[in-house]
Ligand binder design. Structure first.
Ligand code: HEM
Length: 146
């Protein structure tokens, strides 16, 4: 019995360690990124077989993607805390520039959809995918990869 009681604190510790990942709250940037994932996923699916009559729906997803990207630009990646002090400014500048590139591509996608230029829209979705890959490689913590 005594032995069991001595084990209790260790059991509590193990339980807390198990629960920790599920207690982890999304950062403001993660929340915005999840919003981007939703609208971009819809756009990717839709651009596979686009239809003229659904244009307004596509444009609403584009607007959502753009506003979440603009909001993301004002936030700092978690990884910033691991960057040496003398490199932080360049790191954050690079991050913001990448977000600006993304906004430019999203603007082009909006125009292509408005004009019904579907081949161009598909190509732009591919380019946005590429920017996402580059952005994550450089600015996301490895522990944030899912
Ligand atoms: C359409 C393009 C993009 C989509 C759909 C997207 C989506 C996502 C998703 C789903 C996450 C995970 C969120 C979570 O852990 O709950 C994430 C994380 C992240 N993304 Fe993106 N992303 C995109 C573009 C970018 C770009 C261009 C950059 C950098 C310039 C970037 C930087 C990051 C960072 C830094 C994180 C980790 C969050 C943090 O540090 O707090 N993403 N993204």
């Amino acid at each position: 019995m005594k032995n069991h009681q001595r084990l209790l604190p260790y059991c509590v510790l193990v339980l807390l360690l198990i629960l920790c990942p599920s207690l982890h709250a999304d950062s403001p940037l993660e929340k915005k990124m999840n919003q981007m994932r939703k609208s971009f996923r819809e756009l990717k699916k839709a651009m596979a077989t686009p239809v003229e009559t659904d244009k307004q729906k596509y444009l609403a997803w584009v607007a959502d993607l753009k506003s979440a990207t603009e909001a993301s630009k004002t936030l700092e990646p978690e990884k910033t805390s691991k960057i040496p002090a003398d490199q932080k400014t360049a790191f954050l500048e690079g991050y913001k520039n990448k977000m600006d590139e993304l906004v430019d591509e999203i603007d082009s996608l909006e125009k292509a959809i408005e004009l019904g230029k579907w081949d161009e829209a598909k190509a732009l979705v591919g380019q946005i995918n590429q920017l996402q890959r580059e952005g994550h490689q450089k600015y996301r913590n490895e522990s944030n990869e899912h």
